[in-house]
Design a protein. Structure first.
Length: 577
């Protein structure tokens, strides 16, 4: 079976190459189509009044069935999260209702003669998957990278990106806020972990480039993040304001390497997300609010022409900085620094005030019309290139000049051809479940420990040798039965064989470490980095194994590995103690 999957995956790379050739025009034709898209972009921008152009710059979270708030805000992009995805009583996503709500929103925009919004989501894979039921449970980025390093299948991230996009598009979502290109170099990082492709900047750049290619080939927006890099922080910007004390020279070889590599690629990322982090030796402001980063570096020095989106301006890192510096409107500050799309979610009561303050800043000439048009053009152009504007163009082109009508007709035909090609290619590719199984099986790696060379690890018990007669045994069983290292293993399977270990209950771990007389194997179905704390209680003979992902498929493959009684190979992307 593995050999068959390997052959199929190898054929997929060739299929994608054919896809790219099929979708590519000769250089002169490509330039012609681009000129037409920019002409249509300028026509659409000219039809929108100033406030409509401003609204194109915002991405807001709102309840999808809240038509009153929608009509008050009418943002250019809408943020999809588990909080506004409709669910059934059992908590699973009601995707039919989601489709209906998105279609209703599109009709509201249509009635107001406005371009339909981008719908954006964090569908990274692994633990960050906003739509869980009804979509493939792809493992984390780190698991994909591990499978790649083990098998040499370079197309794994490309296939993951392609299929993720195709599944999202079934629900009208065409902006996936991925991939994460943070280089995970700090084991104490509380927010990135397995969301990263690993600790090697070159591997991260290669994996991210392939993922971007797959995502964008299926006509989705990408958003490489979190610029300039969140991999070496000890604070989570959702809750605190991180600082990194590195020079630009130090960052060039680590944090910035994936970005400069991606910007030099033939197919550049369509989007980039900024981070709420202060890099002391580069700028005194968080990158999201820093012209030194967003304008001087990204636009001027590196020539990045994609859409720059802020990370959520409602995150606590921004709240802390805003209060300290007495900033009136974060959106205005970020926009003037160089951002194009201003993401603000969850604080729905403050959304209207942020938008209103931005409009007022424009009226006072704090923000120029030229600067607004510059960003609005990028947004509209990308909507056109991804086919989101096809219906708008059809319904508006009759009042355009005869020449532009003719060009628009060519554009629509090309868009239809691309859609047909994508669907044909999707039907020819290996089944998505086979790809998912392949990644999950090959991503299981040994993170720490020095087992002897023999492959049979039966002498390593997946449990402590604390006897049932030991006074601590009952307490251990009660406290440790649903925990970090094996929390999703079958309780029936584990009940007779093992005591599960909690990696945050240090007193208990210390007792166990003192009592055990045999080596342990500790498995984790989640982020292995917190086990750095637990590792101090392990001896070199003890072994820590990870699947790098907490998905049903990853858990099933981890159980298989355990039952096969074979030691997985050493990890090449994760922390070693």
């Amino acid at each position: 079976m593995k050999k068959i999957v390997f052959i199929v995956l190898s054929m997929v790379a060739l299929t994608f190459s054919i896809l790219f050739v099929g979708l590519s025009y000769r250089a002169s034709q490509v330039r012609k189509v681009e000129r037409i898209m920019w002409r249509v972009t300028d026509q659409v921008v000219s039809e929108l009044d100033d406030e409509s152009l401003v609204r194109q710059l915002f991405m807001f979270y709102l309840r999808l069935d809240d038509e009153k708030s929608l009509k008050e805000l009418m943002p250019g992009s809408i943020f999809i999260h588990t909080r506004n995805i409709p669910t059934f009583e059992n908590g699973e996503a009601n995707l039919s209702l989601l489709n209906a709500e998105i279609e209703n929103i599109n009709n509201v925009y249509r009635q107001k003669n406005l371009p339909r919004p981008f719908y954006a989501i964090d569908q990274e894979g692994g633990r960050i998957r906003r739509i869980r039921s009804g979509t493939t449970d792809f493992p984390s980025a780190m698991a994909v990278a591990e499978a790649y390093t083990h098998t040499g299948q370079k197309d794994l991230p490309m296939l993951t990106g392609f299929y993720t996009c195709m599944e999202l598009r079934q629900h009208g979502i065409q902006w996936n806020l991925t991939p994460v290109v943070d280089v995970q170099v700090n084991p104490d990082n509380p927010v990135i972990g397995t969301r990263s492709f690993g600790s090697d900047p070159k591997l991260v750049a290669e994996m991210a480039g392939q993922y971007v290619k797959g995502l964008q080939s299926a006509r989705c927006m990408s958003s490489v993040k979190h610029f300039p890099g969140h991999g070496d922080t000890t604070k989570d910007s959702h809750f605190d304001l991180p600082y990194i004390d590195k020079t630009i020279e130090e960052m060039n070889n680590v944090e910035l390497y994936p970005y400069t590599t991606l910007f030099g690629a033939k197919q550049q990322p369509y989007g980039l997300m900024s981070a709420h982090i202060i890099f002391n030796k580069v700028s005194p402001e968080p990158a999201t609010l820093s012209g030194a980063w967003l304008t001087d570096k990204l636009r001027t020095q590196w020539g990045f022409q994609g859409i720059i989106i802020t990370d959520d301006l409602a995150m606590n890192a921004m709240n802390i900085y805003q209060k300290r510096e007495k900033i009136e409107n974060l959106a205005v500050k970020a926009f003037l620094a160089g951002a194009d799309v201003l993401l603000y979610s969850f604080k729905t009561g403050e959304t209207q005030a942020m938008l209103g303050g931005f409009i007022e800043a424009h009226k006072k000439n704090i923000i120029s019309k030229k600067r607004i048009v510059e960003s609005a053009r990028r947004i509209i152009y990308r909507k056109i290139s991804l086919g989101l504007m096809d219906l708008y163009i059809k319904e508006h082109m009759a009042k355009w000049s005869p020449e532009l009508q003719q060009e628009s007709d060519l554009l629509l035909r090309r868009s239809n051809e691309i859609e047909t090609n994508i669907k044909n290619i999707e039907s020819q590719l290996a089944k998505v479940d086979s790809i998912n199984q392949f990644i999950s099986k090959n991503a299981i790696k040994t993170i720490a420990g020095k087992p002897e060379s023999e492959t049979d690890v039966g002498r390593y018990p997946l449990f402590t040798d604390v006897a049932e007669s030991d006074p601590a045994y009952k307490s251990i069983k009660e406290k440790a039965v649903k925990l970090y290292s094996l929390r999703a293993f079958s309780e029936n399977l584990c009940a007779e064989k093992c005591v599960l270990l909690h990696t945050t209950n240090l007193p208990l771990e210390r007792i166990l470490a003192g009592q055990k007389t045999k080596p342990w194997i500790v498995y984790t179905t989640q982020n292995p980095y917190p086990a750095n704390v637990f590792s101090r209680y392990l001896s070199p003979a003890d072994i820590l194994v990870s699947s790098f992902s907490d998905t049903p498929t990853s858990r099933a493959k981890l159980i298989e590995t355990w039952m096969e009684n074979k030691m997985p190979p050493k990890s090449s992307v994760a922390w070693e103690r």
